[in-house]
Design a protein around this ligand. Structure first.
Ligand SMILES: [Zn+2]
Length: 280
C-alpha cells in the first residue's frame, strides 16, 4: 500500500510507493488489451478491469478499454462507439462511488507517449479516491459553471453540450466541454445528454487530431460531483482536455518560474486557437 504524506507547508498530498518502480514501462509480449492478450482473453466491445499496478492501492484503480480495435482512435469509434464508452464510464462511476470509502471517482485518459501512455491501444483509467482531491475541491468551492458566452473562444457544440477554450488556459491547448443545463455527473445524464456528449467528444478529438495532422498527445478528465451522500448540489459536470504541445511535435515544458510561482505564460492565444479549431 502507498504511504500518504503531506507537505507541511503547502498541504500537498503525496503518495509514496517505491514498489511502483518495478512495474513494466512496456509490455514484453504483444498488446495486453487486444483480444487474446493478457487482460482481454475474451472478445469485447468495451470493458473495464482492475489495474495491475494500482497507484491508490487495491480496488481503487481501473483500466477502461474503448474498443478491441488496437488501431482505433476515439474519433474513429464514432458517436455510437463513444456512447458505449460513456455508458461504461457512468456505470463504473456509480459502482465505485457506491462504496462507503469512495468520495470521488476520477475518470481520465492519458493519450500518447508524450504524456506517459505506454500502450497505444485506445484506453483510459479510473481512480476512486477516499477523499475529494484538492483541485476538484477548489473547482467545486469556486462554483464552477460553463462560460455563458465564450464568443471567439467557442469551438463547437452538439445539442445540449458545447466545447470552448477557457479564458486563461495554463496549457497551450486546453478545452472545456460541458452541458448547457447543469448535470452533476454522468449518472444524471439521460440518453439524449449522453448522445450529445458522445457526438461532441468525437467531434472535438477529431479536430484535435487534425490540428497538427498527427495524433495529438493529450490528457482528458471528467470533473463529476463527488460520490458522497450529501452536499455539492451545485456541482456542474464538465470535461477538460489539455495538451502539452504548443506546435506539431513541440513540447511545452513547465519552466522554473512557473513551477516556482504557480503563474503561467501561454504563448498560444485562445481566440486564435479556437478560430483554427472551428475551421477544421
Ligand atoms: Zn491492442
Amino acid at each position: 500500500m502507498p504511504e500518504v504524506r503531506h507537505d507541511p507547508f503547502l498541504g500537498t498530498r503525496v503518495l509514496i510507493d517505491g514498489s511502483r518502480l518495478e512495474r513494466p514501462t512496456l509490455p514484453t509480449t504483444g498488446c495486453p488489451f487486444c483480444v487474446g492478450g493478457l487482460e482481454s482473453p475474451e472478445p469485447y466491445r468495451v470493458k473495464s478491469f482492475p489495474n495491475r499496478w494500482p497507484a491508490l492501492g487495491p480496488g481503487r484503480c481501473e483500466v477502461v478499454l474503448y474498443t478491441s480495435d488496437h488501431d482505433a482512435t476515439f474519433p474513429s469509434l464514432g458517436a455510437e462507439g463513444a456512447r458505449e464508452v460513456i455508458d461504461l464510464w457512468a456505470e463504473r462511476t456509480m459502482t465505485l462511488g457506491a462504496a462507503d470509502d469512495v468520495d470521488y471517482v476520477l475518470v481520465f485518459e492519458n493519450r500518447g507517449p508524450a504524456v506517459g501512455a505506454t500502450i497505444t491501444h485506445p484506453h483510459g483509467q479510473i481512480y476512486a479516491f477516499d477523499h475529494v482531491p484538492d483541485r476538484p475541491a477548489r473547482v467545486l468551492a469556486a462554483g464552477w459553471r460553463p462560460d455563458d458566452d465564450p464568443g471567439e473562444r467557442a469551438v463547437c457544440h452538439h445539442g445540449s453540450w458545447s466545447a470552448w477554450i477557457p479564458e486563461a488556459p495554463t496549457f497551450p491547448l486546453e478545452l472545456h466541454l460541458a452541458p448547457t443545463e447543469r448535470r452533476g455527473g454522468l449518472v444524471d445524464c439521460d440518453d439524449a445528454d449522453r448522445d450529445d456528449l458522445a457526438g461532441l467528444l468525437v467531434d472535438v478529438l477529431d479536430r484535435l487530431d487534425r490540428l497538427f495532422e498527427e495524433p495529438l498527445p493529450y490528457m482528458l478528465w471528467l470533473y463529476q460531483r463527488p460520490t458522497v451522500a450529501e452536499g455539492y448540489d451545485d456541482a456542474w459536470f464538465h470535461i477538460r482536455i489539455v495538451s502539452p504541445w504548443r506546435g506539431k511535435g513541440l513540447m511545452r515544458f513547465i519552466a522554473a518560474a512557473e513551477l516556482a510561482t504557480d503563474e503561467y505564460i501561454n504563448e498560444i492565444v485562445p481566440e486564435s486557437l479556437a478560430s483554427r479549431l472551428r475551421a477544421l
